[in-house]
Design a protein around this ligand. Structure first.
Ligand code: SDX
Length: 428
């Protein structure tokens, strides 16, 4: 880190403290506030961590103003065009693209960890048939630690790596199982000869009574969705995984915490919320203009799902890529004139031209288009966030593995600004 410093002076007392300035490869430098309390007696205050770096990381870089997203230095546009999801997984985990031998070995390892212990399948039977697949996923992934006592020593690099393989490999199986359980259909076992995405689609939609061939356009669209969602720096769910595992919690429990955070409609639940919002708009008889007005009304909690982003203030580079995938898919399916998709296009156009959204820098984000693609592919609505969780599993794990070897690793324990009652005595 650089020797530069920043001096903070207290206008009230005149006291000053010098803080070390850390400069990274790209992006805003960070000044180290570790000595601020000792030097000036203050904490920093930043609800939602709008401008607070929680760690240093070499995995993903985002530039919100320039619309840049790099995985280990590679632009997301190039990876979406040229790579595969498992190759991106290798890149995120190990820091470099695999050579042909490494790629084939990694694909073989992952494909040989896709089955789950049969006891896991009995675990599902405790759920009502209509349980939300995210509820099944978050609890089943947490429960996996009950099955893998042989690899829970987080200080053992080999244990960390086998847990990473198991989570990446088993997420699609458990995700598909949760869907099959809700249908009352038999579970479909993975086929190791199939690619990662084909295997998932087959486990989701095949039935024992007949053969199944995935639509190659759907396979490529889902592969791109997986690549685009694989990692995204210190987003809410990744920060949750880091905080949970900073206490030494095992990777299955920590990833389950990440899944729980992702479920929220302001985060990974947005793709499901986009379709729910569009369907409400279609069926409510309320005009689009009225919905736009509600979205601008401070007193109305309504938000346009799929719009806005904490970091991207010009456009989400993933949205730019996935928008084309979405339009191509709708054209191929001849679905572009279906009311829901036509409404989405109108909403996108209005928002892109509306002064409020332009001023607030609210653009369609990746979830706006991924929701439409998944709906067009016939993926059930309650599986949208499950698919986001499947894709993001590798990002969560990459950050977990990076953190486990970080010399600055300490248990995460933020402070607070106390605004409660002053000290008082219990009444006599
Ligand atoms: C993801 O962090 C990540 O990287 C997340 C993610 C990832 O890959 O991990 O990119 C995935 O979560 C994408 C975002 C999906 N969420 C949605 O689409 C839900 C709708 N979006 C909003 O909830 C909101 O935009 C957030 C949560 C995405 C961002 O919230 P911020 O940064 O805290 O911004 P904010 O809520 O403070 O909004 C700033 C202003 C506010 O107005 P003012 O108080 O300044 O007057 O913009 C307004 C908000 O009212 N605003 C919106 C809006 N989003 C923000 N107004 C209408 N509709 C919206 N969608």
């Amino acid at each position: 880190m650089s020797e530069k410093t920043v001096t903070v002076s207290d206008d009230t007392t005149g006291n000053k403290v010098q803080l070390a300035l850390h400069e990274g490869t790209h992006g805003a430098p960070c000044f180290d506030i570790g000595s601020l309390h000792e030097g000036l007696g203050y904490f920093t205050y930043d609800p939602g961590y709008v401008c607070t770096a929680s760690c240093s990381s070499a995995i993903t870089y985002i530039d919100g103003d320039e619309g840049i997203l790099l995985y280990r230095g590679y632009p997301i546009e190039q990876l979406a065009e040229k790579s595969s999801y498992l190759e991106v997984c290798y890149l995120l985990l190990y820091g470099e693209l695999p050579d042909q031998r490494q790629k084939e070995e990694f694909e073989y390892i992952i494909s040989n960890h896709t089955m789950v212990n049969e006891g896991v399948r009995r675990f599902y039977e405790g759920f009502r048939y209509d349980a939300h697949p995210m509820a099944i996923l978050v609890s089943t992934i947490g429960a996996l630690s009950a099955f893998y006592h042989d690899s829970l020593d987080i200080t053992n690099p080999r244990h960390r790596e086998i847990s990473a393989f198991r989570l990446i490999a088993k997420m699609p199986t458990i995700a598909a199982d949760s869907y099959k359980y809700s249908l009352g259909q038999p579970f479909i076992y993975p086929l190791n000869a199939l690619g990662y995405v084909e295997n998932f689609l087959r486990m989701m939609f095949a039935v024992p009574a007949e053969g199944y061939q995935p639509n190659p356009t759907f396979v490529r669209a889902l592969e791109i969705i997986f690549i685009l969602h694989a990692d995204h720096e210190q987003n809410a769910s990744t920060s949750t995984v880091r905080l949970a595992s900073s206490s030494g919690a095992n990777p299955f429990a920590s990833i389950a915490a990440g899944i729980a955070s992702l479920w929220g409609p302001a985060h990974g639940g947005a793709n499901e919320a986009v379709i729910q919002m569009l369907e409400e708009m279609l069926n409510s008889g309320v005009s689009l203009e009225d919905y736009i007005a509600r979205a601008k009304d401070k007193d109305d909690s309504f938000r346009l799902m799929g719009f806005g982003h904490r970091v991207y203030k010009n456009y989400d580079p993933r949205a730019k890529i996935i928008r084309q995938v979405c339009n191509d898919l709708l054209d191929e399916l001849g679905a572009e004139n279906q009311p829901l998709f036509e409404l989405a296009r109108r909403l996108e156009q209005i928002a892109l031209e509306d002064d409020y959204f332009i001023e607030k820098r609210l653009y369609p984000n990746v979830d706006f288009y991924s929701g439409i693609i998944l709906r067009a592919m016939g993926i059930p609505l309650n599986m949208f966030t499950v698919i986001f969780a499947m894709a993001r599993t590798v990002g969560w794990i990459a950050h977990w593995m990076e953190m486990m070897v970080d010399p600055e690793l300490r248990i995460g324990r933020p402070r607070q600004l106390y605004t409660g009652k002053g000290q008082r005595d219990y009444p006599e």
